[in-house]
Design a protein around this ligand. Sequence first.
Ligand code: ADP
Length: 618
Amino acid sequence: MTDTRLSDGLSPLRTRATRPRRAIWVVVLVVAVTLVGILASVPRIERLYLRQAGAEDAATLRLATQVLRGALERTEALPALIAERPILHQLLADPENDGLVPFTNEMLRQAALSLEVSDIYVMDVDGRTVASSNYRSDTSFMGRVFDFRPYFTDALGAGLGRFHALGTTSGQRGYFFAAPVIDNTQIVGVVAVKLNLDGFEEAWAESVANIMVTDVNNVVFLSDRADWHFRTVAPLPEAALEQIATTRQYPTDRLRPLSMRNEVLDPDLGFGLDLADVGGESFVSQTALIAAAGWRVSILTPTGPSTQQAWTTALLLSLVVVMAGLVVAAILGRRARLIERLAAEQSLAALLEARVTERTAALKSEVEERRATEERLRTTQKELVQAGKLAALGSMSAALSHEFNQPLAAVKSYAENAGTFLDRNNPEEARANITRISGLADRMASISKHLRNFARRPQDKTGPVPLKSVISDALDLMQPRLKQVEVTFDSPVEEVWARGGPVRLQQVVVNLLGNALDAMERHEAARIEINLKGGDAPEIAVRDVGPGLSDAALDQAFDPFFTTKDPGQGLGLGLSISYNIVRDFGGQLSASNHPEGGAVFRITLEPATPAPTEVAAQ
Ligand code: ADP
């Protein structure tokens, strides 16, 4: 039953302890799922960073486009302005003039310097250069024929020519603007201005992003990546290739394809962001147009850093999640351990409680048993007291028969004498004898009364008992046997009251007197001293002058059936019964030897205050 209760008491706690353990698994699962989630969202995070990088580079693209467009627009008007110079008419009218040529050359050189263009040159209607700002350099245009260039033909035909190409002489990429030199209504020549474009690339190289300018034929004309120069990002139609060859725009042997794939990065975004794969490299690309030149300017931001950033973020997020998971798991683990400890403590407590309950039950039954035993003992004791009394009566019977026989014999002789005296007519003597008879009858009645009291079963009740009276009654009862010994009774003047039962106490005193008489049976000067003390601890001491208590008797006198007397003489119950009676009163009975010989028995009792009626009855 105890076990059932124990397990019943523990099961909820055990379940509660398993809950955090289960929760730890849940945490592990959540962490794992979150990690997978983070891994799965790396591409999205990457896109975020790519968009951000793209947005940052959008400004660079705008700036680069504006600078390029500005430079072109600024240069565009120059040829027409220069063409209006009268000196050019003169020169074209007389191209071999020794005075005019150097002069014009120098003027053009000065103009090119101040206008920040690379070259300004003048061609006659056949396309031959008659004056040039670079007349001093090794790659001078002087005398060179550019009739194959579209800007020349366009200028002759439409009034304004524009063209970009790799310079055939300089090897530099340039943008050419051209305008006709008109003398009256006749075109006499063409002025061309070349804007060197190589310089822009240097500025672009400073940015991490790459810039690429493609023309209408999808040829990369400008880029800070030299390896992309003149590569084609889309298939080149045959006609276009032919035209390039005719105009010598680009070296045709360098026109190799550069793989380029575009994918829209974010269709929701306001500006066009593409994910571009250029020659196997990955970029975010944004494009702007320079319509006049037919150019597309693209800024290509490498995706590497954004990818790296995305992974770093994912890693950090994962670390945070793992750390959080660890912290939660640690907390849960501690909780589980705490609950387990509590469960253990509780189980111990329950065990202890069960033991205590068990022990209490055992003690209770023990107490019950003891009580029953005590009850049995008390009953037995009562029986024994009664038996003891009867035994005492038995032992007294000889003395009693003598006690009654003697007065009876005396009564008989007094009665006979009284008869005789009456016959002799001596009524005085007869009356005296009759009075003696009456006295003897009183005495016998008194003995009989004491015997009746003694033999009666006592009440269990205790109360105030007058000790002097009890001792006197006991002495009266023992009178027949006490006749041969000297008895002294020393007591206070006042009655001494103690708690007890009068009959049982009398029985004890009778017992002590009987033992004293037995001990002094063959003693010459037999004497019994009775001493009564009052006060806080009322005491009755009975001393005889017999041989005293032997060592064995000192040890065991109060044990039941301890006796040194001959069989038939003593049962060994007297002192044992007396001891228990006194103890029932809350007192003590002790035995010792008197220093001057003989045994002393002391009855110590609790003091008691009598009711006024009891005092009055005394
Ligand atoms: P019983 O008198 O039947 O032997 P008790 O219990 O009254 O039983 O006494 C036990 C024993 O104690 C006696 O046998 C005796 O040896 C000893 N005893 C008792 N009173 C005295 C005494 N006054 N002097 C010496 N011995 C005594």
